[in-house]
Design a protein around this ligand. Sequence first.
Ligand code: C5J
Length: 220
Amino acid sequence: MTAVPAEPGPFTFDVGSTALLVIDMQRDFLLPGGFGESLGNDVGQLARVVPPLAGLLAGAREAGMLVIHTREGHEPDLSDCPPAKLRRGAPSLRIGDPGAYGRILVRGEYGHDIVDELAPLPGEVVLDKPGKGAFYATDLQEVLVGAGITSLIVTGVTTEVCVHTTVREANDRGYECLVVSDCVGSYFPEFQRVGLQMVSAQGGIFGWVAPSSAVLAALN
Ligand code: C5J
């Protein structure tokens, strides 16, 4: 077992029963001109996640940890996109519309895929999810059970949306979750700060929070 100094206390884990979860580090959310920016967001807030996450990904791979990537998106005919999700908000571009990087959040399009710096290696698990949570309508639970995973090191975007939705459900399913503070990102600095506090508050109501430097030190 390895211990990481974390909030609200040490997070202990075993590499063999822990997975690194990389949530939705997709061009549509991160790149200028993409869907995230069309919603009026400052994508620079997410870009800062890429370098530390690339370092953590390299460390996890070197340690032999299971790595799982997710991508939020939909079938080309949008049959798996609830009308409520399509209608929501007032973006200049909607899911399925042609955007700067292909059809927005549609599987197989350039923008739907993961940014080059964090590209999955051959053999790594990549789960396509139509919702915000990584368990909904995916094989995540089966993958984790099959690999004997009991703890998750959670990274990706956005902190208060897909990261939170996933961590909350993982917690209900009995997984111990460590959220890596500099490897998750929000378009809104205040949501980032409070989103992280919400994880570790009340004695770790949803899990633990630590920076990537502490996780990497524990892996070495
Ligand atoms: C959002 C996500 N924010 N990956 N998706 O729509 O957090």
